[in-house]
Design a protein around this ligand. Structure first.
Ligand code: NAD
Length: 346
């Protein structure tokens, strides 16, 4: 028996996601996703928001990230397992779903491991556009794993940087990142220490993975005027920056209720002042005030960014071959005759 068209859900596999990204272009796709994220952040109040729902284990974390704007509903399943790379597996993998609030029927199922890298970099660079010093040319990229090339290219596309200085505790990761970025329009400088990497950088991105209170940056390493894009600290007990840096910085977050539990600011008092990025984008709050201020984006990744990315993909695949119709909803002709549908199939 053939399923009806309305019960077929477009499914974007990893293979098709990669074809879509090549079709659009990596930098263009991150720029377009960032436009979608910015538009959604500007209508922040129309979303149902909740901190993501984590299931912690000694091995890592598995999280569900739901949100809705009243018309569409989306969620992402994502894991964070820093020990995975030593076993030949990814630290972060994800898939996500979009649904129609009116019928409750799913309208898109997609891989989101690639898409998360794109949306995380798109968010970082979008925030960088608001907070990084004007005319920034150089970014230190500390942590050269799966997210790193995406971060570098998003800051090139959206913030106009032309140089990245790479550092990772594992030189093989730095070599991989440098090789992947060759010929992509950036001057790439592999560095032997984090101190060396931040030399002359106006933007510092930390994107490391270790399930501990790490100190990738200490206070004496951070000079006035820099913008710090802190990506890797995104779980209770998993941070990257020394507390003294936080005390010298103006801190910007996605959704405080989630960031206070998961972000760098878990090291601060629960009422420490932070600024929400959506308010900066709508003009209700100030971004960078002056050239000497240290701005810190304490990124943990929020559900609205995934919702924006899901909606982007849903419209980008329309009229293309970058998806397969998936028979994942039982939809009998007589809605109450589910059993009859089963018997007829026998
Ligand atoms: P990955 O495991 O592929 O890469 C992490 C890299 O960090 C590795 O190459 C590792 O050698 C390096 N590293 C570890 N400790 C270091 C140190 N002290 N100094 C320098 N380098 C160090 O992980 P990934 O997929 O690139 O993700 C990186 C981090 O970003 C993870 O912690 C992940 O949870 C987080 N993340 C955050 C968001 C967000 O929205 N904020 C989204 C995706 C991933």
């Amino acid at each position: 028996m053939q399923p009806s068209d309305k019960a077929l859900v477009p499914f974007v596999s990893v293979d098709n996601m990669m074809r879509l990204i090549h079709h659009v272009g990596v930098e263009r796709m991150m720029t377009e996703i960032s436009d979608q994220i910015e538009a959604d952040f500007k209508r922040w109040e129309s979303f149902d928001k909740t901190p993501r729902v984590p299931a912690h284990s000694p091995h890592g974390v598995i999280e569900l990230m739901p949100t809705s704007d009243g018309e569409a509903y989306g969620f992402k399943y994502v894991n964070g397992h820093p020990k995975n790379t030593s076993e030949g597996l990814q630290t972060v993998t994800a898939f996500g779903l979009l649904a129609d609030v009116y019928t409750g029927y799913p309208t898109l199922l997609t891989e989101m491991t690639m898409l998360t890298a794109l949306r995380t970099a798109a968010t970082s660079a979008l925030v960088g556009k608001y907070l990084a010093p004007k005319g920034s040319t150089t970014m230190a990229m500390i942590g050269n794993g799966a997210q790193s090339e995406f971060q570098c290219l998003a800051f090139k596309a959206l913030c106009g940087i032309d140089t990245v200085r790479l550092y990772d505790t594992d030189p093989a990761a730095t070599a991989k990142c440098a090789a992947n970025l060759a010929g992509k329009g950036l001057t790439v400088v592999p560095c032997k220490t984090a101190e060396d990497a931040i030399e002359g950088a106006q933007i510092i991105t930390t994107c490391t993975a270790d399930k501990k209170y790490a100190t990738i940056l200490t206070d004496n390493m951070v000079g006035p005027g820099v913008h710090i894009n802190a990506i890797g600290g995104d779980c209770p007990g998993k941070t990257e920056l020394h507390r003294d840096i936080l005390l010298r910085s103006e801190i910007f977050v996605e959704y405080p209720e989630q960031t206070r539990v998961e972000g760098e600011i878990q090291a601060l008092d629960p009422d420490h002042a932070v600024t929400e990025m959506w308010q900066v984008m709508t003009g209700q709050a100030e971004g960078r005030r002056d050239e000497r201020q240290i701005t810190l984006f304490d990124s943990v990744g929020f559900a609205i960014e995934d919702f924006s990315a899901l909606r982007y993909v849903k419209s980008a695949i329309e009229g293309t071959e970058f998806f397969e119709p998936l028979d994942m909803l039982a939809d009998p002709d007589d809605p109450r005759d589910l059993f009859g549908m089963l018997m007829r199939a026998g």
